[in-house]
Design a protein around this ligand. Structure first.
Ligand SMILES: *[C@@H]1O[C@H](CO)[C@@H](O)[C@H](O)[C@H]1NC(C)=O
Ligand SMILES: *[C@@H]1O[C@H](CO)[C@@H](O)[C@H](O)[C@H]1NC(C)=O
Ligand SMILES: *[C@@H]1O[C@H](CO)[C@@H](O)[C@H](O)[C@H]1NC(C)=O
Ligand SMILES: *[C@@H]1O[C@H](CO)[C@@H](O)[C@H](O)[C@H]1NC(C)=O
Ligand SMILES: *[C@@H]1O[C@H](CO)[C@@H](O)[C@H](O)[C@H]1NC(C)=O
Ligand SMILES: [Ca+2]
Ligand SMILES: [Ca+2]
Ligand SMILES: [Zn+2]
Length: 605
């Protein structure tokens, strides 16, 4: 087995991006119980199994029905919340993670409860459900067993914010068929519609992609017969998606609450417009970056890859002519952070000389109110790779600042290219710890079968624990549905193991397949969250805790020269249909993130 990895440009302990070539591992070790997997079920299924019969599946009603149109049900932000003691650690972590998704995409915000009259108390009752709108007396929102998933929590919070289900819209019969004969007797009320005097669609079209839509098999009596199907058949695999908010969900949320900004998105640029998002060219350097389009042969923009060939813009600094060390600076406008940590994410390629450099700087306040004190943050070295790559740079700015890209010519006589930048996103969130790019993914899909797996490189978290991901392009051998990607987490033995605590419990794992849509607000990345616990044991290792020291409970792997523990993850992580539909496979690259951090993600408030 040969693994080709890009050498890490910087010896950052916390973050290293790895690019893996296609390398398939066929299950041959003969391990039978080599994994432990969960399955994400949908809300109606969970609630039905719990014996709940709520209004429209997961809506708790008070005496009077408050509709979308009623302004008295609008919340004031931040919304006070309580995480009840009955919630598990994983549910608490997943709820805080869902809050972060709202803060990135909208003006919705949350704060710990301090005696206000309106608040949400998250409880572990039976099932997943919420009331609709602010009831002004405090209200329960249930995140029961099996509901502690990002998308399910987002769905319930959207109810609390004032939204009903998509298929209860007044005009839904124009868009979906309801198969009344297939609905469980007595559950027909789940498919009622509302009058438009009661709800409003906020002047947005019917959205098959909405997080508030039922999935086709909701409340069905025959497990192979759907109760709701789309009039445009290609949406039958889309309705009921539980990845993240759709673009229309966000448009409605932002319209209902008059949102004009988000809390954690500081900057974003795809370079599609001539004003380059307010970025400016340095004037005391030797050259300028060039705002170029991809109409020249061989040039590809990252924003619109795969959508329109020859379209799209990016920034380019040619390193071909001139003299060594000639540089060009591209500088952001002044930004005003609210937190103490930011993540600068961008796509780049360096096709010139290996001695070309791309240097990330920040300019800080020089204590006179002028943003001009330069601080160097990170350097990327040329690598002749012709492909766009993702990069993350952690910034720690507390007052107003600018960020800068400096391109620098290393060896113009021997350069036949330059430095390219596109799709920049600056958020006030931590950067992912592990980043794994799997190239040529369509080929991987073609050349693998069910049960085949790919292993990520080893990553280290801030405490020093080693860990990795397993990707099953067609799911696990023992999982019967087809057409899904499976993703699982495992520990890897590492250089710090002797002094670390084992088993490692109460750590939150976040696994993400990135939707490479350029605007972070519209990404529908697939994320799964779980918390390691001593109760997670496996018969394959004599009922030991999976999260014990990998050199004891794991098996040896040559590719990393390390022991990898048993996999824990999801077989239905992402469907192949979704994989093709959204921007999960730009340039045919699949990008996965993985984090493994302390008990509670301490999101800075
Ligand atoms: C991806 O496929 C292309 C062409 O099919 C090939 O040239 C390239 O080497 C492959 N890349 C990797 C990382 O395997
Ligand atoms: C939440 O539910 C519990 C149990 O049904 C109930 O006693 C309590 O009053 C509810 N709290 C609120 C704020 O509605
Ligand atoms: C369930 O649905 C399938 C597919 O529509 C059908 O072939 C089968 O006869 C149905 N079974 C029952 C018991 O109605
Ligand atoms: C949004 O703006 C409209 C028009 O100014 C106003 O009537 C409404 O109350 C606002 N809604 C919220 C939730 O602030
Ligand atoms: C599990 O127990 C059996 C029998 O006691 C022993 O042979 C085997 O090595 C043990 N395996 C592990 C992983 O500890
Ligand atoms: Ca310049
Ligand atoms: Ca672009
Ligand atoms: Zn619902």
């Amino acid at each position: 087995m040969i693994w080709i990895r890009s050498t890490c440009v910087l010896s950052f302990i916390l973050f290293c991006a790895h690019i893996a070539a296609v390398s398939i591992k066929h299950l041959s070790e003969g391990n039978v119980h080599d994994e432990d997997f969960d399955e994400q079920r949908d809300i109606s299924e969970i609630n039905f199994a719990e014996g709940l019969d709520l209004f429209q599946g997961d809506i708790l009603l008070r005496n009077s029905r408050n509709g979308l149109r009623d302004p008295n049900t609008r919340w004031k932000f931040p919304i006070p919340y309580i995480l009840a003691d009955n919630l598990g650690l994983n549910a608490k972590g997943a709820i805080l993670y869902a809050f972060e998704m709202f803060r990135l995409r909208s003006c919705v915000d949350f704060k710990p409860y301090e005696g206000e009259s309106s608040y949400i108390i998250f409880q572990k009752f039976s099932g997943c459900w919420s009331e609709v709108g602010d009831q002004h007396v405090g209200q329960n929102l249930s995140i029961g067993q099996g509901c502690d998933y990002k998308a399910i929590i987002e769905h319930e919070i959207l109810h609390a914010l004032g939204f009903y289900h998509e298929q209860s819209r007044t005009d839904r019969d124009d868009y979906v068929n309801i198969w009344w004969d297939e609905i469980l007797p007595g559950f027909e009320h789940n498919f009622n519609t509302y009058d438009d005097s009661f709800i409003t669609d906020l002047n947005t079209p019917y959205d098959y992609e909405s997080l508030m839509h039922y999935e086709p098999f909701s409340f069905n009596k025959n497990e192979s017969a759907p109760t709701i199907t789309a009039k445009i058949p290609e949406f039958n695999t889309i309705i009921g998606q539980r990845l993240d908010f759709s673009a229309t969900d966000l448009e409605r949320l932002n319209r209902m609450y008059n949102c004009t900004t988000t809390h954690t998105l500081l900057d974003h640029c795809a370079f599609e417009k001539a004003n380059i998002c307010g970025m400016i060219q340095g004037t005391r350097d030797d050259a300028d970056w060039v705002h170029e389009d991809s109409s020249q042969p061989g040039q590809v923009d990252h924003t619109l890859v795969g959508q329109c060939t020859g379209a799209g813009y990016f920034m380019h600094f040619s390193t071909r002519l001139g003299v060594t060390e000639e540089a060009a600076l591209l500088e952001s406008r002044v930004l005003y952070p609210k937190r103490k940590q930011q993540c600068l994410q961008f796509f780049y390629k360096m096709t010139g000389s290996p001695s070309d450099r791309l240097v990330i700087w920040v300019k800080r306040d020089d204590s006179t109110g002028n943003v001009r004190k330069l601080v160097k943050v990170q350097t990327f070295q040329g690598d002749l790779d012709q492909n766009w790559k993702i990069a993350h740079v952690t910034l720690r700015e507390e007052t107003k600042f600018r960020y800068l890209f400096q391109g620098s010519k290393g060896d113009p006589q021997n350069s036949n290219g330059g430095i390219y930048l596109d799709d920049i996103t600056l958020t006030e969130t931590p950067c992912p710890t592990g980043v794994w790019t799997v190239r040529n993914f369509s080929q991987v899909l073609q050349s693998t079968v069910k049960g085949d797996k790919l292993l990520s490189p080893r990553f280290y978290n801030s405490e020093g624990y080693g860990f990795g991901l397993t990707l099953y392009p067609h799911g696990r051998a023992s999982y019967s549905p087809s057409g899904y990607l499976g993703v699982a987490f495992h520990l890897c033995s590492g250089e710090n193991d002797a002094i670390l605590e084992w088993p490692v419990e109460n750590r939150q794992v976040i696994m993400t397949i990135l939707d490479q849509e350029p605007d972070a607000r519209n990404r529908m990345s697939s994320s799964m969250v779980f918390t390691t616990s001593k109760s997670q044991t496996s018969s394959a290792i004599n009922d030991s805790v999976i999260w014990d020291r990998p050199s004891i409970v794991g098996s040896y792997h040559k590719d990393c020269d390390c022991f990898r523990s048993i996999d824990w993850g999801w077989s239905n992580f992402l469907s192949h249909e979704m994989l093709k539909r959204k921007s999960f496979l730009k340039n045919d690259d699949l990008i996965l993130f993985v984090d493994f951090e302390g008990t509670f993600p301490d999101f800075p408030e």
